[in-house]
Every structure is written in structure tokens, then in C-alpha cells.
Ligand binder design. Sequence first.
Ligand code: FEO
Ligand code: CA
Ligand code: CA
Ligand code: CA
Length: 596
Amino acid sequence: GAANGAADSQLSFTPVRPNTDDKLTIPEGYKSSVVVRWGDPVLPGAPKFDFDHQTAAAQAKQFGYNCDYVTMLPMGKDRALLWVNHEYTDETLMFRGYTGGAKATVEQIKIALAAHGGSVVEVERVRGTGQWKLVTSGRRRYNRRITAQTKMRFSGPAAGSDLLKTAADPKGLAPVGMLNNCSGGMTPWGTVLTAEENIDQYFVNGDKVPAAQRPYITRYTITEGVPEESRRFDRVEERFDLAKHPHEANRFGWIVEIDPFDPDSTPIKRTALGRFKHEAANTTLAKDGRLVVYMGDDARFEYIYKFVSKERYIRGNERHNRELLDEGTLYVAKFTGDSPKGDIDGSGTPPKDGEFDGSGHWIPLVSGMKSYVKGMTAEEVLVYTRVAADKVGATKMDRPEDMERNPVTGGVYVALTNNTDRTAAQADEANPRAANKHGHVLEIVEKRNDAGERSFSWSLPLICGDPEDPATYFAGYDKDQVSPISCPDNVAFDRDGNLWIATDGNQLGTHDGLFVMPVRGRERGYLRQFLTVPIGAETCGPMVTEDQRSVFVAVQHPGEIDGASPDKPASRWPDGDQPRPAVAVVWHGEGQKIGS
Ligand code: FEO
Ligand code: CA
Ligand code: CA
Ligand code: CA
């Protein structure tokens, strides 16, 4: 069927050239605008943003810093809610003269706490176009800020575990705040799953915890001592000092479920999904209706996970569905290549059978209160998931980031950003390049194309870099026609099943951007660049709307260049003033489908 069709992709735009311009560059015929930027009003009564007189009280009502995951929840054709993650703060760009947390004012530290988390904002379409604007007046009853100080709760098998108890929460049920929420996903019942990623940087004195906890602090690379560059959240809230509250670190690093349509709801940290540097969490349904969640742990030599619920999803049965994420099995992936070891030399040159590919399976770690890992209880597996995955011999990957199932083909795609630490001896068929600075994309096809299965086949359709570099691969497509790409991070699909890829950390000397690549038919591997972002920024989001008339991107950390500061900004995007992280929307000027 579709696999043989010509131009399945329906993509015909002229690719954007790699560049170093301080702007959002989009294809000819397209338009763009900023939807919402750091400091814009979220809650009614939010003060107007004032860079030089920012306060924590203002920030708590305004759009946070460093927007990352973006998703849309429609409220009719021309109204919607946007959910946006605020991953982290960059104090050296936010405050003049900032020299680290030790000397920061208490107000600056409180601003940073309030600039983390996420936002729910109402947006409206400019009638008849793909442009969307922030609603800035009226009741905006769903608008909400979640911060590092919002009350949350734990659910699932590790809720109430001794490992999660602290002096402030002796029952281990009520964590406060979420941190470093990178990417995320949606549930079939319309809630958001937001992923706590690099939580290791928010604590001090990781070396002063009880001896039994020390190895886990190390395995999660949690800060030891009190480094100069630390944000020093502990100066405002003692819980961030692990010498005093050693378990506080265990209360971060989870997938958090948030219901944007219930502004009074308590965000839920879902312990059944494990604890690691969660990049994202994307859901699908198994053939029998069980809920499946795909997740990457974004660090060098970390793992790929999936969760499969015990019960089935029942359309319309809210109460039942909302417990699916609390009971199920957490698996970690093992990849086996089909080429002889001698063919994989770390150069990235394809093996003799022409492809980096093979088979694999999902190794169970824990199911409810049953642990499959020798020497670890179920609670330990969930709180110290990395250690559990080490013990079962899972495959160490090149920074597994976003992972998402193609709604058209059923293939599962994983962005592997890079791993410059991998040696030639450590190269394997799924991570075939030593000193992998450009990254690659992995495609998994589960048995019978069923997300509930335990085994799969896999291949690498994209090995990133300059197409002129022989150690790159674009699914066999003519490399003269493709765009250069480096450091894939977030992935998304449009309704035609095309793979959209956002990059973070381009190592080719040009800016990060957004790309699109068909994964089936004659154009499989025909990768084209759709946009580039300003100086110092990475490209997050991305999201192509259901009607395919708009694509949203989060332009994260514009101007984040070594040595840049408010007195010496590296970028002036988006307003010609201090750089401000912002969500932008791109649409076709004549209302055509995105990619036309
Ligand atoms: Fe926050 Fe792995 O990107
Ligand atoms: Ca092979
Ligand atoms: Ca990311
Ligand atoms: Ca995604």
C-alpha cells in the first residue's frame, strides 16, 4: 500500500539553508510570529515584564524561562490551550552582574524557582490562518503556572516508600515542585506527561548523604559539595541541601501528569514510570488496548525504556483510565546487531550487509511490587532505575532523547543526540560511531507492529552529519539532495506520518533547527530543513497541529553563548532587546498545509 506510493510525504517546500543569522529563518512562502515569550502574562493581574526590575511575585504569574515541550489542547476550531514546559533558568542571561548562587540575591533565587515548571495559556487563532496568538484579556480560567514550589503528589508503587520520605513529608506522598521539565507527551485522556530531566544540578552536598545512599547519588551524577556555579536553591529552601535532607533528590526525576483542563488539580509524579533523566514520555496503545509509554534517559551511555499498563484503556471511562499509569511493567531495551562484530569498527561506515540493524527485546525490571532485578526491591528499582537497568545488561545508548511512535506506520523513533565519549571499542551496531558528535535516529518495529510486544527489529534510518561525510546515512536516499543535520533531540509526526526532528547543539558550525523526513515510500530519508533558530538557541517543541496548518516551535535559550550577559547579549531575538526564550508559530502564507 502506502509504502509503494510516490510523494507520500506531500512535502514540497524549498529547504532553508544552514546559516548563522540571529533570527527564525523559515521557508519561502511561510510566515512566523512569536506566540508567548518569557515574562508574558499568564495569570490575570500579571505585571508587565520589566527586565531590570523582575520580581519573584511577577515571575510566578508570568511565562517562565526556557520553553521546551509544547502541546496543544483544542477548545474548538479557533481556541486552544497550550501547555509549555519551562526546563531551566539561565541566570547569567536573566540578571545583570550574576556571578553564581552564593552571591545571588534571595529574590533572584526565588525568581529562578518561579521561572521553572510549566505554563498553561489560552491561545486563539487569527481567523482563517495558521497563526495563533496569546489571549491576554478576559477570564482565561485555565491559565496556570506550575513552578518548583507547586504542591504535588506521588502515586504508584513507590508512593510512600521510605526512599521518598523527608522531614517535611514523613509519609513520602507529597513532593513539592518539578524541575528541569524537558520534553513530554500526551495521554489518550487528554492530560500532559512532563519529564523531569537534569535534576542533578539543583542540589548541594550530595557527598554528605548516608553511606548507603552514596552510590545512588553518584549514579545519578548529583552535585557533590557546594560548587560556585550552583543556583543555591538551598539558600531559600533548606530541602535542596542533601546534607540535611538526603532523600529530597529522590523526589525529582519523575514523569509528572498534569491536567490542563482542571486548574485546581494536583500534579501527579507517577512512580511506576521509574526515575532517571527523563527526556520525554510518549504514549500509544497496544493491540489489546493496554497503554504503552516510551521513554529515554538522556545522558551518555544511558537506556531506553517502555512501560506497559496492566489494564486496558477504555475510551470514555475516565476514572479507570486515570489509574493506568500506576500499575504495569517497566522494561528496558536490549539491542543486538545482525552484523559480525568485526564489521562495526567505530567509523560509522555501514557494515557489509549495508545497514546498521538487528533485533532486540524489552527486559522487564519491575511490575507493581514485584521486582525482576536480583538484589533490588520494587521500590528500589523504581527510585534507582538506572542501577536496575545496569544489572540486567541493557544496551548503553548515545543519549536517548525523545521517543515517539509514528501514528501512521507504527514504527517507533528515538533521537540519539550524540556521545563524544564512546570509544571505537565501545561501538556496537545500534551506536556504531566512536566520538559520535552528530548523533543518529533509531527506528524500532515491534513484533506484529504491536506496542505491547516484548521483541522487535530495529535499524538506523538516519546517521547525522554533513552528507558529504561518508559516515552519514540518510536511509539510502541521494545525499546530494538532503540537508545537513546534527544532534537530533525532539521528534514529532504530522498526520501524514512524516518525521519532524528538532536539533540541540549543532556541531556543523551553523544554527540548530527543525527538519522533516519521510520514513516510508520513495522519499524515505529525504531530509529537508524547515527552519533555523537564532544565535545560541536550541529548537524544542516541535508540534504540527492536527489540521496541519501550523507548526509550533519552542526557541529555547537564545543568546546562550559563553561569555554572553545582559550587558553583552549574544542574541537580540525576538524583540531587538534582551533575548527571551519564546514559543513561535509558523504557517503558510496562503493557508496551505505545513510542508507544502
Ligand atoms: Fe533537555 Fe535532553 O534535552
Ligand atoms: Ca546489519
Ligand atoms: Ca530535549
Ligand atoms: Ca516529541
